[in-house]
Ligand binder design. Structure first.
Ligand code: HEM
Length: 445
C-alpha cells in the first residue's frame, strides 16, 4: 500500500513540536514531504495532512458517509460540547441536526442581527479613552461574545446574560497560553485536580454554564411569551421531517457548540484584521476611501457588499487562518486520494494554513495583500478558512457579516494606532492560532 511520507522522529517529539511551534513545524514538513504527508501524534490514529486543492476537493465532495468528522473530533475534549453537539456527530443524525440549525443562520435572519452588531460595537468603543491603550483581544472578545449571546439567546443585560458572558470568557481564557493549550490535545493531562488546576477550573466553568443554559430552556418552556426572534427560540420550535423537536439535551449541546465555535473564532479574526489595518497604512487608507462613499450610518447590507473590505477580511483569514486545519475526517471505507490508498481509521486533515501559503496560488504568501482577492476568484478548495463540504462552518455567513460590520463601525467612528509598530507572530490559543494576547491599540483624536 502506498502511503504518504512523513518525519521519522518519535511520536513524542512530533507532538511537542506540533503543539509548541505548529506553523514552523507544518512549514518544515511541507517543504520536506510536499502537499500530502503523514504525522504521528500521541493519542491520535495515523494522521495525514493535505494541502493539495485537488486532494481537498476529493475529500469535500465525497459522499458524507465516506469520511466522518464527528468521530475525528472525539479526539478533542468533549466535556464542554456534549455527545449530540453538531461537531461530534456523523451520518444521518448530523444531517438532521444541520437541517434543523441551518435556517437560523441564513438570509433575512442574518440581516436582523446587523443593527445589533453595530450597536454592540459602539457600546464597547464608548469604554475607550483617547490616548489610553486598550487590549484589542479583550475588546473584540467583548463584542463577539455579546453578539453571539444576544443573537442566540436574545438575552439582554439580565443577570443570566452577565453570568454566561463571564463564564464563557473565563472558560476560553483557561487555554490562552501554549502551555495550557496542551491540555486540550493530551488526554492524559485531563485530570480534575481541584478548582485551581487547569482542567479542574475548566470543568467547574462547564458545570456552571450548563446550569445557566438549562435554566433558560426551562424558563422558556414554561412561558411561551419568552419566545422571540433569537436562535434559541427558533431551535426550540424547529421540527424534523417526523415532526420531532430537539430534546433539552440536544438544545443544550447545540447551544454551547454555537457559543464556543462562534465567539472565540470571530474575536481572533477581528483582532488580526485590526492589526493588519493599522500595521499597513495603505490598507487603512484604501478602506477609509471605500467607506467614505457610504453615509456615516450606512445600511449593514451595503457595508457587507464593499469589495475592498471583503478583500481585507479574506486576506486576514488567508494569511493566518483562525484554525490551521478543518476538522479531520476519518476514513470509513477504503479510498484513494491523490493516488494514495487509505484504509478505514486513517485520519485525513485538510490543512487550511498550508493551502493558504501555496506559492502557486498566493505568490509571496507572507505578504498581506488584499488585492489578491480583487484580481482573482479562488475555488473553495484553494481558499477554505471556514472548511468545506458537508461540514462547512455553519456560522460562516454570520461571522463574515459580523466582521465587516464591526470593522466598518470602528473605522467610521474612531482613529486608532498601534502601540508597538512591529510585525507580530501568531501564538497558539486553545484550538486556534491568534495574535499575542497583549496586542494594544490607542484611540487618537
Ligand atoms: C471567523 C470566524 C469563524 C471561523 C474562521 C470558523 C471556522 C470553522 C471551521 C474551519 C470549521 C470546520 C469546517 C470543516 O471541517 O469543514 C467550522 C465549523 C463550525 N463552525 Fe465555524 N468558524 C467561525 C465562526 C463561527 C460562528 C460565528 C459560528 C456560529 C455562530 C460557527 C459555528 C460552527 C459550527 C456549528 C461548526 C460545525 C459544523 C458541522 O460540524 O457540521 N462558526 N468553523
Amino acid at each position: 500500500m502506498k502511503y504518504p511520507n512523513g518525519s521519522q522522529t518519535s511520536e513524542l517529539m512530533q507532538t511537542i513540536q506540533y503543539i509548541l511551534t505548529p506553523l514552523e513545524y507544518l512549514d518544515k514538513c511541507a517543504k520536506t514531504y510536499g502537499d500530502i504527508f503523514s504525522l504521528r501524534l500521541i493519542g491520535f490514529p495515523p494522521y495525514v495532512v493535505l494541502s493539495n486543492p485537488q486532494g481537498i476537493k476529493e475529500v469535500f465532495t465525497a459522499a458524507p458517509n465516506l469520511f466522518y468528522a464527528g468521530e475525528a473530533n472525539k479526539y478533542l475534549p468533549q466535556t464542554i460540547l456534549g455527545a449530540s453537539s453538531l461537531v461530534l456527530i456523523d451520518g444521518d443524525y448530523h444531517q438532521r441536526q444541520r437541517r434543523l440549525l441551518t435556517p437560523a443562520f441564513h438570509g433575512e435572519r442574518m440581516q436582523a442581527y446587523g443593527q445589533l452588531i453595530c450597536d454592540i460595537t459602539k457600546q464597547v468603543m464608548s469604554k475607550w479613552t483617547i490616548d489610553k491603550p486598550f487590549n484589542v483581544r479583550s475588546s473584540m472578545q467583548d463584542i463577539s461574545l455579546q453578539v453571539i449571546l444576544k443573537a442566540v439567546f436574545g438575552l439582554d443585560a439580565g443577570l443570566r446574560f452577565q453570568q454566561l458572558k463571564q463564564l464563557l470568557s473565563s472558560m476560553m481564557d483557561v487555554f490562552s497560553s501554549s502551555w495550557s493549550s496542551s491540555f486540550l490535545f493530551i488526554q492524559t493531562l485531563q485530570w480534575d485536580l481541584g478548582p485551581w488546576s487547569v482542567w479542574g477550573s475548566f470543568l467547574r466553568f462547564c458545570e456552571q454554564a450548563d446550569e445557566l443554559i438549562y435554566a433558560e430552556i426551562r424558563q422558556r418552556r414554561n412561558d411561551p411569551n419568552l419566545f422571540g426572534e433569537d436562535i434559541l427560540s427558533f431551535m426550540m420550535t424547529a421540527c424534523d421531517e417526523e415532526g420531532q423537536p430537539m430534546t433539552d439535551v440536544e438544545l443544550r449541546d447545540e447551544l454551547i457548540t454555537l457559543l464556543v465555535a462562534g465567539h472565540e473564532t470571530t474575536a481572533t479574526a477581528l483582532t488580526w484584521a485590526l492589526y493588519w489595518i493599522h500595521y499597513l497604512p495603505e490598507v487603512r487608507e484604501s478602506l477609509l476611501t471605500e467607506l467614505e462613499v457610504l453615509r456615516s450610518n450606512p445600511e449593514p447590507t451595503d457595508v457587507a457588499r464593499l469589495p475592498y473590505l471583503n478583500a481585507v477580511c479574506s486576506e486576514t483569514l488567508r494569511i493566518y487562518p483562525v484554525t490551521l486545519f478543518t476538522f479531520s475526517r476519518i476514513v470509513q471505507a477504503p479510498v484513494q486520494i491523490m493516488g494514495y490508498q487509505f484504509e478505514p481509521g486513517t485520519m485525513i486533515s485538510p490543512c487550511i494554513y498550508l493551502t493558504h501559503h501555496r506559492e502557486d496560488l498566493y505568490p509571496e504568501p507572507w505578504c498581506f495583500r488584499p488585492e489578491r482577492f480583487l484580481k482573482r476568484q479562488f475555488s473553495p478548495y484553494e481558499f477554505l478558512p471556514f472548511g468545506g463540504g458537508n461540514r462547512r462552518c455553519l456560522g460562516m455567513a454570520f461571522a463574515q457579516f459580523e466582521i465587516k460590520l464591526v470593522l466598518a463601525t470602528l473605522l467610521f467612528h474612531q482613529k486608532l494606532r498601534l502601540v508597538k509598530f512591529h510585525r507580530v507572530k501568531p501564538v497558539r490559543r486553545g484550538l486556534t492560532i491568534a495574535p499575542p494576547g497583549n496586542l494594544c491599540l490607542i484611540p487618537t483624536s
